[in-house]
Write a protein that binds this ligand. Structure first.
Ligand code: XIL
Length: 362
């Protein structure tokens, strides 16, 4: 099968089109780029389609309307992480995550929790307990129970452990959590605590570069098997899909299928497709935009072809190009500005959205 082959769109679904930047007669108005038409993303998928969002944007009606019109699920982009919730004195703040949860409820969207334990976040309240055995374990259990428990009944899933595999797949990451609680044990324990606090939530281990690094994917899969053997209530596998436009055709399909081979639900959890991170010297910007679309179609198709019970959801990591983490000075200090998402800076649907939808409609 050629995974990037174009397929005809599902006409019935794609008939209800939104037109952005069109004049009444359907032609682009003078001076505006040609408009692209696409059905709302959530209308072409028979599983939840999610978007990562921060509270900071929700007050902007254009943002909020677009988010609610296009997506059926919401992942807090940053404010449900330990770094935000856990204060130096050990207290918890839930203002922002509660606001995101309320937005989801008010707009009929499901909520996906991201994340409980991440090697990258080591708040002071835990650093103080480093090396203190039982006290560390008590605080760890307490944090997970409090956060997962707060959204019990609302969060349909959680990234319980985020990015546990070493950068290139040589084993697992050493971190504050593994040092204090043991390498697989910190994860097993987190899953057990999360399950006790939120028994209905599907619990995920989530990682990145699983599409580009077969070795990392193999380590990720054996970790998942090990957790299941140890009795952890692991319910699904998250593959972030932070991709670059010149990514080798077929590799994403292989990765998604291999991950699904374990039999658990799959979450494409943080999809974006960077133009700036492409390395192929051949690529002009136009060529990259074209490759980007073919890759989006491939992701959509690979996901849509999974058995129904394994299509947990597909989440994109930000709403408009200008909202993307890949546009922040850390990643993109100078032009050209990256355009890794499915709506442009003004919130208009891009041809990239159409490509994803074509893939999803197989
Ligand atoms: C990023 C967010 O997009 C940023 O807003 C935040 O400042 C840092 O984290 N992998 C993950 C996500 O699992 O949590 C990261 O999100 C992107 C990489």
């Amino acid at each position: 099968m050629n995974p990037v082959r174009s397929r005809p769109a599902r006409r019935g679904v794609l008939a209800g089109l939104v037109a952005a930047g069109l004049t009444a007669c359907g032609r682009p108005s003078r001076g505006q780029p040609a408009a692209f038409e696409a059905a709302p993303l959530k209308s072409v998928a028979n599983f939840p389609v999610g978007c990562a969002a921060p509270t900071g944007r929700l007050g902007d009606p254009a943002y909020a309307d677009l988010l609610a019109a296009q997506f059926s699920q919401l992942t807090p982009e940053w404010e449900m992480k330990m770094e935000y919730i856990l204060q130096d004195d050990g207290s918890l703040r839930f203002d922002a995550p509660d606001a995101l949860a309320a937005f989801a409820r008010a707009h009929g969207m499901s909520l996906f929790g991201h994340n409980l334990v991440w090697y990258e976040q080591n708040p002071a309240a835990f650093q103080r307990l480093d090396g203190q055995g039982a006290a560390f374990a008590r605080a760890y259990d307490g944090y997970i129970a409090a956060v997962a428990g707060r959204y019990r009944g609302q969060a349909v899933g959680w990234d319980v452990v985020n990015e546990p595999v070493a950068e290139y797949g040589d084993g697992l990451r050493e971190c504050l959590w593994s040092r204090n609680l043991g390498q697989t044990d910190y994860m097993r324990r987190a899953f057990e605590q999360a399950h006790a606090a939120a028994p209905d939530a599907v619990l995920f281990v989530n990682d990145y570069n699983l599409e580009s690094l077969p070795k990392k994917r193999a380590t990720f899969l054996s970790l998942a098997e090990g957790l299941l053997r140890a009795g952890a209530p692991l319910g699904g596998l998250g593959t972030q899909c932070h991709l670059a436009a010149d990514f080798e055709p077929g590799a994403v399909t292989t990765a998604i299928n291999e991950l699904a081979g374990l039999g658990l639900p799959i979450h494409v959890s943080e999809l974006d497709i960077s133009l700036n991170h492409a390395r192929a010297p051949l690529a002009s910007r136009d060529e990259l935009v074209d490759r980007q679309a073919r890759l989006a179609e491939e992701v959509g198709e690979a996901f849509a072809r999974l058995p129904r019970s394994q299509r947990f959801s597909l989440t994109v990591w930000g709403l408009r190009d200008g909202d993307s983490w890949l546009r922040t000075p850390q990643w993109n200090p100078n032009p050209p500005w990256d355009a890794p998402l499915f709506f442009d800076d003004d919130g208009r649907p891009k041809p990239l959205l159409g490509a994803l939808e074509r893939g999803l409609a197989v």
